[in-house]
Write a protein that binds this ligand. Structure first.
Ligand SMILES: Nc1ncnc2c1ncn2[C@@H]1O[C@H](COP(=O)(O)OP(=O)(O)O)[C@@H](O)[C@H]1O
Ligand SMILES: [Mg+2]
Length: 293
């Protein structure tokens, strides 16, 4: 099955004609945090890889350009980004980088840069150009940290929000702040604890955050615990050598931890399918982002 999808993707990428999708239905997953350096990019890239290995077609958008690092994590060279496309200086196909048969990197820019370009003509052309991405099952967005408007816009348009935090007090406080701000417009959020030191720590911290939220926020968020990723020298080593830990060390505990998180998310999204959800595509997503700004 993977081979067919692979050749399909490559064919699509090399195709001159716009790809006519039947029913674009891309699920958008935004990965965010209160504080930087908590593992957003590590988790987005490895989760994207794991989903791609399950046979899903995945796009990963780097929207944390201040610290542009997905290109480093995937060990590829980025020349042009989404900003060039929005300025009309490149096509989307020029900038998209295939990582494997089912996985594409879409180099982005920080929200500030992207949202400055809201030109109707460009958006129309962009929507046409982006049709070849209609075949994506998932679009994972590695957003910047913090509660700024430019991060929140991505969260507003996402189907699922993943808040990443870790056991240190300032990371927990900042995650709480992100949850509180996001909760003013949507309640459903997922939480991942990274860098945990034992299997129980993640759930304990999550329970504390959840309790504080329930006791202090008038309409409290509906927080879903996806799991914990343990602190692991394999992850540090993998980032040093620019490899994905889930690809290089699939049998290691950290890959197992993350696969549980990924499966929990899939399971949650499958349940949601019972409730009719809006069908989205990359083009629709970008257009709505720009419209909101
Ligand atoms: N579970 C972990 N165990 C060990 N090191 C980790 C873990 N998660 C992340 N790191 C390391 O922490 C650093 C910051 O992670 P990164 O994913 O870049 O954070 P963010 O994208 O939130 O700024 C990276 O060097 C990464 O390798
Ligand atoms: Mg990052």
């Amino acid at each position: 099955m993977r081979e067919t999808q692979a050749s399909k993707l490559h064919k699509i990428l090399n195709m001159e004609e716009p790809y006519e999708a039947q029913t674009p239905n891309t699920k958008i997953i935004a990965v965010t945090s209160g504080k930087g350096g908590v593992g957003k990019s590590t988790i987005s890239s490895n989760m994207a890889y794991q989903l791609s290995q399950m046979g899903y077609r995945v796009g990963i958008l780097d929207a944390d350009i201040g610290l542009a690092n997905l290109d480093i994590i995937f060990n590829v060279k980025v020349k042009k980004t989404l900003l060039h496309v929005l300025k009309g200086e490149a096509t989307l196909k020029d900038i998209v980088i295939p990582i494997n048969h089912n996985l594409l990197l879409i180099p982005g820019e920080s929200g500030d840069e992207i949202f400055a370009y809201n030109d109707n003509e460009i958006i129309k052309r962009f929507a046409k150009e982006a049709a070849f991405l209609d075949m994506l099952d998932f679009l994972i967005i590695d957003t910047g940290a913090g509660i700024g408007k430019n991060v929140q816009i991505f969260l507003k348009e996402a189907d699922e929000i993943l808040v990443v935090t870790m056991p240190d007090p300032s990371a927990i406080t900042d995650a709480y702040a992100t949850i509180k701000v996001t909760n003013t417009y949507r309640h459903d959020m997922n939480v991942i604890l990274n860098n945990t030191r034992n299997p129980k720590e993640g759930k304990l911290i999550f329970d504390k955050i959840n309790k504080v939220a329930k006791n202090n926020i008038k309409t409290p968020p509906d927080l879903n615990y996806l799991g914990a990723l343990s602190q692991d020298p394999i992850i540090t080593k993998s980032s040093k050598y620019r490899v994905l830990f889930s690809e290089e060390y699939p049998d290691n505990l950290c890959s197992y931890d993350l696969s549980l998180i990924t499966r929990n998310l899939l399971e949650k999204m499958e349940h949601k399918v019972l409730v009719p959800m809006e069908r989205k595509s990359f083009a629709v997503f970008i257009k709505r982002l720009l419209d909101r700004f």
